[in-house]
Each structure stands twice: as structure tokens, then as C-alpha cells.
Design a protein. Structure first.
Lengths: 109, 354
């Protein structure tokens, strides 16, 4: 479990799926969601997915062994002084909302 | 006991990829602090890992559940496309074929893996004490992975577009079970070079499972890992090539196989736990070279040397390629000059100097 700071000032969420039986470069491309530019409903969907993931997240998965996968989440905040937040979510514990963000990234126009 | 990697979690405020990007910045005022941070982080991680060398997990044999040596005890479960483990037991040891291809492939290939480790290395299952071999098939929906979770193997059905079911390849089941063997031996850290060594050893013994089942000599084998996993819709021979790392696939959907074959091309990356499935190409090729320069089956000589090095008490959980190579050279001393030369030349060819 991690303490997820408020996402009110978050600008960008970057989601990466790590681990698995092989590293397949094109399938491993991170998903970036521009929270500053996306529609409000998408922002809400992304923030809810992160909030649901926080209880099962760890600060850093130091290599889930045995080809297990995990999601690596990075949240970028505005301002040079603002902290960046990153955490990992084991795939086997990941809420379906986070898995869906990976499989079907929201449209951002 | 927690895995060694869990005992020293890495907590960083700035994500490693950002530090990497900053470190490459043209302006030294930006790049230098990032470079220093990366170095400090690596040093601290190195110190943490060096400080904690866990004792080897050697579970005492349970008499109540003891399986006679030389006999596997398999249990294949069906998750019915859920993610609940282990799921419903559908084929226990000695039961007839179920008619479900995934169930029966898992059962057969678990048996083939047990057979290699017992017949050739006299190892009684994963832990050496007859641990039951538990697998779950039909995990999740369109799940495109297979993994070892510390107690059992799990296989997805694939999505049918890029991946077929993950039970189709005997070397993949051998690969996953070898993760369990490694956990019971050196428990190689799943990060950086020790992680790539972990992955390579799984490919080595997974490949030997396939070759032993097919009765192939080293020079007859295809040295491909995961043949059959990809559908015909993608341009891919397999997940990895041990003979020619970097040549297994090249496809718009998958990208190009990123494995290097030599230390000159070692990939420093924060992705993939520090490139564990990428840099494993280097020790994979070393094994291929050693095995194919000797007559006969790969499991007999090169396989024995690699197995002895894996089980050597001196193999640390944070071992790098060089340390493992040195142990293989020592293990080769128990063999004739041809084996000693083959092992030494193999490591030299891939740029690892023991």
C-alpha cells in the first residue's frame, strides 16, 4: 500500500507494463495520458484507476521474479519544485480499471 | 522467507527513466547531478545487495507428503479463465488424458522437465525433495504470459492474435520450473546481470528439457526458445534464439528482438528489470557455443557443467556473468580437456572474461 498524494495538480500519467516471459519492445511501449489536455471524464477515469491501485501498490517492485508482470506508474506534477511520484502494482493484484488503462488507453483528443 | 530482492526495496522519488534522460542532457548543469544520482543509486543498491547474502533455501523433506525419488507428482488445475489460483484440479498424477490440450500439454511437459532433472542431474523435483509440480492453465482472459509465482506455474491461453496458448512449448514449461530450481539454489536477484543470468539459466534448462524429450544432440537442436508461442500472424520464429540472439523476431507488432550476443553490445536499461530478458542473450550464446563445440547431447557435458555451477554454494544471489563463468570453468575441471576448452572459448567468444 502507498499513500497516493492528491492528483489535483497532476499533469501526466505514464503507465508501463514490466516483466513477463520476454521483452517485446513494441508491446512494451508505455502509455502516456496527458491529464492537462484530456477530457474531464478521462481524467476522472485515470485518477480513479490510480486511487483503486494505491492499496495494492508498492513503492518499487524490486524485480518480480519468475516472469511475473507488474505495472509501473509515474505521475508528473506541474512546477519544477513539485515531487514526481512513481509506484508499482503487481499484475495479479491490479484492479481491472488499471489493466483496462493498459489494454485500452483512453482517447485524448 | 522473503525473496532477497524484497528485503531491500528500492525507493526513488525520481523515476529512473527520468534520471537517464536528464543524464543525457546536453547541458552539463542538468546532466551532471543526474549522473551523480544514478551512480549513488547504483552504489547504494550494490551495497544493499552485497550486504545481504541470504542463506540458501533448503527445505527439509516432508515425510508426510514425500514422493518417491524418481517419480514426479503433478497436479494440473483449471482457472476457467479467472485469475483465482490454483483453480479446479483437473488432472492429478497418474490420471488419464483429459482431452483438454492445455491441461494435457502442461501435464506432459511438467513430466518432461522432471525427467531431465532426475535422469541427468539426479534432482528430485524443484527443491530436490520431491516438491509437487503444480500448474494452472486457462488463467485469465486472453492472458498472454506464463509465470512462476514462487509456488506454482501459471499459463495463459494467449490472445489468439499474437500469442497461442503458453503450454504449447515444452521449453517454456522447463523455463518456468527452472525459476523454482534457481529460487531453491542461489536465488539469483531478478535485476541487472544476476537477473539476466537467472533468465539465461531458465532458457538453458528449458531448452535441454526439449532436446532431451526429442532425443536430440546439441548440433541437431534448433536452439530456439518458445517455438509455437506466436501465431502465424506475426513474423516471429520464437521468443529468443540462443544460437543467434537478436534474430528471433522482427515484426511491426512485436518490434525487433533486442537481445545482444556479445558483451560489447550489453544493453544498459531501466526497462525489463534492467534488461533481464535482453542481456540473457549473452550467456545463452555462451552455453550454445560450449554445447555445440562438443560431441553428443548438450545435457551431458555442457549441461552438467552449467548445472554444477548453478548448484555451487559459492554462486552469490547477486552474481554477474563473470562470476558465473568462473564457476563453470571450475566445474569443467572435473571433465576432460575438450570440455574445459569448450567452456573457456565459449565465454571468451561472447566477451566474458572469467
Amino acid at each position: 500500500m502507498i499513500d497516493l498524494p492528491s492528483l489535483d495538480l497532476a499533469l501526466l500519467v505514464r503507465l508501463t507494463r514490466e516483466g513477463g516471459l520476454a521483452y517485446l519492445p513494441a508491446l512494451a511501449q508505455p502509455r502516456s495520458i496527458d491529464l492537462a489536455a484530456c477530457p474531464p471524464d478521462v481524467r476522472q477515469e485515470v485518477c480513479e484507476a490510480l486511487q483503486r491501485a494505491a492499496p495494492v501498490a508498492v513503492p518499487r517492485s524490486a524485480g518480480a521474479g519468475g516472469d511475473q508482470r507488474y505495472f509501473h506508474v509515474e505521475v508528473v506534477y506541474g512546477g519544477a519544485e513539485a515531487p514526481q511520484v512513481s509506484f508499482d502494482v503487481p499484475e495479479t493484484d491490479a484492479p481491472d480499471t488499471l489493466v483496462r488503462l493498459w489494454k485500452e488507453p483512453p482517447r485524448q483528443e | 522467507m522473503p525473496r532477497p530482492s524484497e528485503s531491500a526495496p528500492l525507493i526513488g522519488v525520481i523515476p529512473p527513466y527520468m534520471l537517464d534522460r536528464l543524464a543525457q542532457h546536453n547541458d552539463a548543469r542538468v546532466s551532471m547531478p543526474a549522473v551523480k544520482t544514478l551512480i549513488i543509486d547504483q552504489q547504494q543498491r550494490g551495497l544493499r545487495e552485497m550486504a545481504v547474502q541470504p542463506p540458501r533455501a533448503k527445505p527439509s523433506p516432508s515425510r508426510k507428503n514425500a514422493t518417491p525419488a524418481g517419480k514426479p507428482r503433478r497436479a494440473v488445475h483449471d482457472a476457467a479463465n479467472t485469475t483465482t489460483l490454483p483453480g479446479k484440479l483437473v488432472r492429478a498424477e497418474g490420471r488419464p488424458a483429459s482431452g483438454d490440450a492445455a491441461v494435457d500439454e502442461a501435464y506432459e511437459h511438467l513430466g518432461a522437465t522432471y525427467k531431465l532433472f532426475w535422469d541427468i542431474y539426479q534432482r528430485h523435483s524443484i527443491d530436490g525433495h520431491g516438491l509437487p509440480l503444480v500448474g494452472t492453465v486457462h488463467y485469465g482472459e486472453d492472458y498472454d504470459n506464463a509465470f512462476w509465482n514462487g509456488t506454482q506455474m501459471v499459463f495463459g491461453d494467449g490472445d489468439g492474435e499474437v500469442f497461442n496458448r503458453f503450454t504449447v512449448a515444452p521449453d517454456i514449461i522447463g523455463h518456468e520450473l527452472t525459476h523454482g530450481v534457481i529460487d531453491a539454489e542461489a536465488a539469483l536477484l531478478y535485476q541487472g546481470q544476476s537477473g539476466a543470468l537467472n533468465e539465461s539459466l531458465c532458457d538453458v534448462f528449458g531448452s535441454l528439457v526439449k532436446q532431451y524429450a526429442l532425443g536430440q544432440d546439441a548440433r541437431q537442436a534448433d536452439w530456439l526458445v518458445g517455438v509455437g508461442l506466436f501465431t502465424a500472424k506475426v513474423r516471429a520464429r520464437a521468443l529468443r534464439s540462443m544460437a543467434e540472439p537478436g534474430s528471433a523476431y522482427d515484426d511491426p507488432v512485436l518490434g525487433k528482438d533486442p537481445q545482444p550476443a556479445h558483451m560489447d553490445d550489453y544493453v544498459d536499461t531501466p526497462s525489463d528489470n534492467g534488461g533481464v530478458h535482453i542481456n540473457s542473450g549473452i550467456p545463452n550464446r555462451a552455453f550454445y557455443l560450449a554445447a555445440t563445440s562438443l560431441d553428443g547431447p548438450a545435457w551431458a557435458l555442457a549441461g552438467r557443467v552449467w548445472y554444477d555451477a548453478l548448484c555451487d554454494e559459492r554462486l552469490r544471489h547477486d552474481a554477474d556473468f563473470q562470476q558465473f563463468a568462473a564457476l563453470t570453468l571450475q566445474a569443467a575441471q572435473r571433465h576432460d580437456a575438450a570440455v574445459r576448452d569448450a567452456v573457456a572459448k565459449a565465454w571468451q567468444t561472447v566477451g566474458v572474461q572469467p
